[in-house]
Design a binder for this molecule. Structure first.
Ligand SMILES: [Zn+2]
Ligand SMILES: [Zn+2]
Ligand SMILES: [Zn+2]
Length: 305
């Protein structure tokens, strides 16, 4: 089978299962590997009606949110944001990081988003906002064969101003212990890539093919494909929603593709040297050392690679 080439930085396994969520998660150990902007785009384009419903709700949210901001009504402003994010992730569950298990974690994640909005309400605007707005206004367009294009240098300026602004706002999030949950559910580098993916989705159609390719490549958004052997899989019914998942043999964890429930499948690694069962420590990376014979053991042994 032809697969997109992703390998897990935590256990070394390749990505073998197909996915519809833009967050690429390891099928063996459950770690987030990357963000795939094409998968994100497919979700967005999947149904026009569905997406239009979202755009309509977002317009309402923006009107209300601006109204409460003007009134300095913190309580309603916070509530409006909470409800918006809850709606967003209910409407597009594919955009929810798979690390956000249903229940309490989901609630905390949505709450953090509303808290951040409230915090930003009190802040004076950063000069970087001005810089980004200016770069956006200075985008230059041209037409060729009845198609609209954006001039590449003006586009790059806008993207770089956007990333600078993003980095600044992420600093206040990721350095604030109140939002510790973010390190756990959406580490900064994936969050940046998700945002970059979203902006890429919007702008790619306005770039010439060569420029688009160059852009994707320089921002780490281009994917390589590779031929891989299909792993053996077994069926596993989710302990929470009861739906079926196809799990590759050797996986340590199954994150339900329907409801994001995490199910631990394996807590021990058998030593190939002495047969001893080693319990997995909390922080492992690729290998552990057998407690009985000191052999270095690879935690995840996919059938290839
Ligand atoms: Zn892994
Ligand atoms: Zn489930
Ligand atoms: Zn051993």
């Amino acid at each position: 089978m032809l697969i997109k080439k992703f390998s897990c930085t935590h256990c070394g396994a390749p990505k073998v299962n197909s996915y519809t969520n833009p967050y690429v998660v390891c099928d063996y150990c459950g770690f987030m590997i990357d963000v795939d902007y094409l998968a994100g785009l497919q979700v967005w384009k999947h149904s026009q009606e569905h997406t239009e419903k979202y755009i309509e709700m977002k317009a309402k949210f923006e009107t209300n949110s601006a109204k409460y901001l003007k009134q300095k009504n913190e309580q309603e402003y916070w509530k409006e944001h909470y409800n918006y994010w809850d709606f967003y992730y209910t409407h597009f569950p594919e955009y929810l990081p798979p690390t956000v298990a249903p229940g309490e974690k989901y609630r905390l994640f949505i709450k953090a988003a509303a808290d951040m909005a409230l915090e930003a309400m009190h802040k004076t605007k950063s000069p970087l906002t001005e810089k980004y707005n200016l770069a956006y206004q200075n985008l230059e367009y041209y037409q060729e064969n009845n198609k609209n294009y954006v001039k590449y240098p003006s586009f790059l300026k806008m993207i770089s101003a956007y990333l600078e602004l993003l980095q600044e706002s992420f600093e206040t999030i990721y350095n604030n212990p109140e939002y510790n949950i973010m390190h756990n559910v959406l580490p900064e580098k994936f969050h940046v890539k998700m945002k970059l993916s979203q902006i890429t989705q919007v702008w790619l159609p306005y770039l010439k093919e060569k420029e688009a390719e160059y852009f994707l490549e320089s921002y780490g958004l281009k994917y390589e494909y590779t031929e891989a052997k299909e792993p053996h899989r077994y069926e596993l019914f989710c302990e929470s929603c009861g739906k079926e998942n196809h799990v590759p043999v050797g996986a340590l964890v199954c994150i339900c593709e329907h409801c994001r429930q995490h199910q631990v499948l394996k807590k021990f690694v058998t030593c190939l040297g002495c047969g001893c069962e080693n319990e997995l420590p909390d922080n492992w990376n690729h290998h552990i050392t057998c407690k009985a014979c000191n052999t270095k053991l690879r935690v995840v042994q996919p059938l290839f690679g």
